[in-house]
Design a protein around this ligand. Sequence first.
Ligand code: SAH
Length: 353
Amino acid sequence: MKEDIKSLTYDQLNTAVLDFSHESFRAKQIYQWLHKYGCKSFAEMTNISKSIRAKLSDKYYISSCEIEEKYVSKMDSTVKYLFKLSDGEYIESVVMKYKYGYTICVSSQVGCKMGCTFCASAIAGFSRNLTAGEIESQIHCAQSDLGIRISNIVMMGIGEPLDNFDNVISFLKNVNHENGLNISMRNITVSTCGIVPRIYDLMGYNFQLTLTVSLHAPNDEIRDSTMPVNHRYPIAEVIRACREYEKQTHRRVSFEYTLIRGVNDSEENAAKLADILSDFNCHVNLIPVNDVSEHSNVKSTKENMIKFCNVLKCKSINVTIRRTLGADINASCGQLRHQKQRGDVFENCCKNG
Ligand code: SAH
């Protein structure tokens, strides 16, 4: 079994390359080919001798992904990709343009085990973790297709990043590395449904990234019914871990709160949320739930969203209502992979650009 060389961190690659060459700059060159330039084969590494390349390819492969489908929103030029992996599995990524540059939303797993009732990712089941190289390949592939440089990453695609912890850590080290994509940790967001022990593990690295926690409920009763992970790690433990995270890393934690009509969007729910977040320097992002055809969730009305938001504001909670991008291309993750498995097509947007 060959190993994915693109999943090795800089230090691991340095050690590995010593088996093939004692010239210390070789590892740096190989690392740049893999991470800065996103090369897909050893043959592209033209400044590395053929004999070293041959030895490398005996032991390693280079993970990559291919564009299977591409959708460009007519509303805001958001691009959504369905990528095919080397074993035929599908994952999704979305590229969004903001004033400050391009942001990519990447997947961390093929499917998801978490089973949140409003989310499309779980419907098609869980297949496997992505390697660190496969997570990064989504960025290389999108950059070369669009001819742009991506400056921001959000780990909000398919999967639960903290359920694929070690690979996600290697991915973060690699995209942040000066000989790789060199993306600042401050431009990276990791989103989790709240796997408490892994939140403590993550704070141990003291990365200056933004941790976002998908809260979606102000109490255990509602959260138990929409997010099965809450049975294992109830709200109080999640919030305690987040408060500790902020203390250790000095990074403000964000909370995602998807508003579902009649489920979690009352003013009492907002007051309770303000209560559990009181005296905590955090940020709450309110999101109207996206329709997922298999689920019966209904978006909150605009009026309810504003009321909810105002209750939080009155209690001095930092809160924003998220702008929705790519609404016509099912830009929320998990939907494309599932539809691909079912053989659906979209009508309302521009397929393949
Ligand atoms: N597993 C991670 C990251 C993936 S989901 C997590 O749970 O945070 C990224 C975000 O989209 C999460 O906040 C998730 O709860 C939210 N989400 C999932 N389905 C949604 C839907 N139908 N409408 C709105 N947000 C949704």
